[in-house]
Design a protein around this ligand. Sequence first.
Ligand code: EPU
Length: 429
Amino acid sequence: MEKMVIEGGHLLNGQVRISGAKNSAVALLPASILADSDVTIEGLPEISDVYTLGGLLEEIGGDVSWADNQNINISPQHMVSMPLPNGKVKKLRASYYFMGAMLGKFNKAVIGLPGGCYLGPRPIDQHIKGFEALGAEVTNEQGAIYLRAEELRGARIYLDVVSVGATINIMLAAVRAKGKTTIENAAKEPEIIDVATLLTNMGAKIKGVGTDVIRIEGVPHLHGCTHTIIPDRIEAGTYAIAAAAQGEKVLIDNVISQHIESVLAKLREMGVSIEENDEQLLITPKAPLKSVDIKTLVYPGFPTDLQQPFTSLLTKALNTGVITDTIYTARLKHIDELRRMNATIKVEGGSAIVSGPVRLEGAKVKATDLRAGASLIVAGLMAEGLTEITGLEHIDRGYEKITEKLLSLGANVWREEMSEAEIVHFQNS
Ligand code: EPU
């Protein structure tokens, strides 16, 4: 078991390249199940969630080959509706996309309830509402979801909550259903557009993606295709925040800046200079930074996934900033760890009230989820002395080669094996 050690205080300079989008990748891979011939996906991020899903595709009979660590070819011809009640499905949340994809292809699926980051309750009632509207019978038996349908038929589905996962899952189930499906109050995230692009290239008929009404006309068969994934807007936002916190001049390459307009707007309000050009962002912070208030919202609002790293940045800003996560109100586990590093943060209701500026101090801290990990890394880069971060399995689920990327920007960061005593302490904490 490893920990990450960061010696804070080194300025970030240079260029970093953003990888393929995790939250697209985790839907694109299961979407390949729906095809009847080979699907090639290019530019996947080198993260553990991707390898876990590749393994699940193999478990159901997919012939999976990697040209290298980023480009995958999936032959779905011999896939079967194998039950996946346990094992890898518990490792990540996005295994729930096997429900929509297998239901869409085989009219049946058995999938264990998904795992992933604990951010408070994360129901999947809207996914199930959609599957049922399409004609599936859905039952929960001993922690696994059983989905069965004689035949899937298009339906009009209104989502009570704007949900990325439910929107994608219903699209997956509906593209091969008989007739027309309308998803109302659909989510509009770029990852949904990416998945719809893959499905359309496979022969699906989908209109309105990127608006809140998606119309699908079912087709009996989908064929293979080659698809290149979009860049990861959350990874790009994380590096933009790290650059604002501890950068001198950082060029972020392979980014679609419109995807993180809300984040760039907040950084500019703080006094950070940002130049945008084709697929690149140049970040040059100017001291002192001013505090801002933030409310997370569905896309194109400020993303919940960047709330935690942004909280760390606010510790450096003048005055008080209030961050409220309206998507996951309990996504606050990073706060106790930031307090160990000398941050002054009060939690009131669902809001974090961050008083700054403070000089953060290195400490031994634990990443309790993926973006909490990103928040501690941003804090560690700014802190005086050494910060030791455990719980790296969360960070490795979503950030490709983060140690190497930060090193190339001039951070002093490394991984080292934990001692027996540290492992025991970590497991009991
Ligand atoms: N919700 C329901 N019922 C549902 C589905 C969602 O009440 O059936 C609620 C959730 O509890 C939440 C809100 O709706 O309050 C939005 O949830 P959504 O379904 O959009 O989240 P998700 O699809 O499970 C994806 C990302 C998350 C990201 C959220 C919000 C993936 C694999 N995960 O989750 O990413 O935080 O959208 O944008 O795409 C991360 O990358 O660290 C991460 C957690």
